[in-house]
Structures are given as structure tokens and as C-alpha cells.
Design a binder for this molecule. Sequence first.
Ligand code: AOF
Ligand code: ZN
Length: 330
Amino acid sequence: MNTEEINRRTDEKYMRRCLELAVNGRQNAKPNPMVGAVIVSSDGRIIGEGYHVRCGEGHAEVNAFASVKPEDEALLGEATVYVSLEPCSHWGKTPPCADLIISKHVRRVVCGCIDPFAKVQGRGVKKLRDAGIEVTVGVLEKECLALNKRFITFNTHHRPYILLKWAQSADGFISGEGGRQVALSSPFTQMLVHKLRAENDAILVGRRTLDGDHPRLNVRLWAGRDPERLVLTHHREGVPEGFRAFDNIDSVLEYLYSEGKQSLVVEGGAQTLQAFLDRGLWDELRVETAPVTLAAGVRAPQLPDGIELESQQDCDGQIIRVYRKATQEA
Ligand code: AOF
Ligand code: ZN
């Protein structure tokens, strides 16, 4: 292994620790991103670490510096700060982390990915470099972006992260003849659906699904908050209380963006899902295939071109596949 390779692996090792720390913010960091930071002395010892615990409170870097023992403070001058997201450059609810790092006179900063938030977007890295600190960007970048996929998509594309999900029979039907509802999920995978609902900010169905299936779309089989419930419909009469009505996809996405809602699950039906697919308005597809055949009924949406399978899980014969858009390798 050459020196470059050894250094890259070393950076990845500490960045992995940042990611590990960051996920501790899963429950409370929202709508802020999950971020982890470690401070490493020139002899490779972690002398400080922290993560962003709660929106409105200290960022990962603040907590990492606060954890450095007084006897290690003298090591900061030769230390490297690893952080899974670019240090912020702006005054939000808290002061800029880039300024804090500069005031500590560290030698080098390594960040996982650029923060696409409009007030940061590379300005944190610039501030550090202008202060003479060596900065490396993009260590475990894919993992760092994936960790905050909702935050990143929201701030990059100015719309919520969109997850399309459906269950289908082994022969590709989403419901029976005339749209008759057929139980395709198992009790266990139903629970996973509720987990998914709890992890996202909003959930949408089309009018036919609302009137035909009367879904409650809340979180009953998992701990967590109910997502906001939305329906696509041309007529608002008869829309049950607790559902917000929209007549097109753009108005849904504009509304969610303006409300700061970072993610949307689309739960059907076939027409609504297809409308999102046709416009390429999706980030993740979650398809559950049940080990039954229906022979007739409403066809499941066609998987679009240019996708890659991210994961496949077999839950007692129910296969859950998650797809993403294929990434173009540079
Ligand atoms: C960091 N480290 O740990 C986090 C960052 O309102 P504030 O002050 O909490 O700022 C929120 C923004 O700061 C958020 O939108 C994102 O751009 C960045 N989050 N940055 O350097 C952190 N959580
Ligand atoms: Zn910050």
C-alpha cells in the first residue's frame, strides 16, 4: 500500500466513527441533519467526539470540542477534525462551526460531504481554507449523503424526498379486479410499513384509493409520529377530516417544501404512483412482492429504466425490494 492509500484508509476509519456517532441523533436532530464529529491528535488518538443531539442545540463540532479533556487541549494545534457534513458558516440557532474550528487553530479538517443548505453550500469549507486550514472534502461521501438523504434532497432539489411504495402479487397486480382490495402484506411487513410512515413527514394517496380502501395512513403498529396525510383529488367534497386535499403533484410538493416537510411517502394507487414515475419525481421505490398470484386486476406500475436495486429482504416469503436511481459513475 502506498502512503496515499494508507492516508485515505485512515480518513475513512475516522469518518466511519463520525457516521456511527451521527445516527444517535436519529430521533431528535430533525429537521436538522444527523452529524457526527471526531477530533484526532497527530498520533492518531481520538481526543474528542460528539454528535448533533437535538435541533436548536449545539452542533456536532461544538460537542466534540467540549469533550476534549483539558490535558489534551495542547494537542489541538496539530489535530484533525473529522465531520460527516461540511461545518456550517452561518448564524442559525447556533453560531457558525467554521468559526469555532478556526478559533481552535487545528491543522486540518476532513468532511464527508458539502452541506447543500442555502446558507452554507461550500462557504464553510471556504472559510476554513481562507483561515489557512487544510480541508479535505468527500471522504465516504456516498454514505454521508445517504445518512441524511431527506435533508440533502430537500435542500438540493427544493422538494421533499419522495418514496413510492406499493405491494404487488407475484404476477404483478396491485389490487384485484375493479380495484378490489386484496391483502398483499403480511402482519410483519404491515408493521414495517408503519415504521416507514413514522420515519417520514407526509403520506399521500390518490382519491380512488382513499374512497375504495379508506386507509387510515397513521402509525398504529410502530412507535412514532403520524405523518401528515394528503390526498390527490379534483373535488374536495367527501375528503375525510385529517386529510389535506390537493389537485396536482406540483401543489403537493410546493406545500410540503414551504412547510419544511422533508419527506413524502406515496402509497398508491397505481395511477398516482405512475404519475410520479412518469415525471421522474421519486428518490426511492419500495416494492413488496407477495407469494400469491391474482391472474387479473389492476396492474402494478412498471419499474422505470435506469434504476438499481439497493436492497432485497425476504420476510417469510414476502420480498421487499428497494430501488434507487442508478448513479452515473464519473
Ligand atoms: C454543522 N454541524 O452538527 C449540524 C449542521 O439552526 P442551526 O444553528 O442549528 O443550523 C442548522 C443548519 O446547520 C442546518 O440546516 C444544516 O445546514 C447545518 N447543520 N452543521 O456544522 C452539525 N447539524
Ligand atoms: Zn454547525
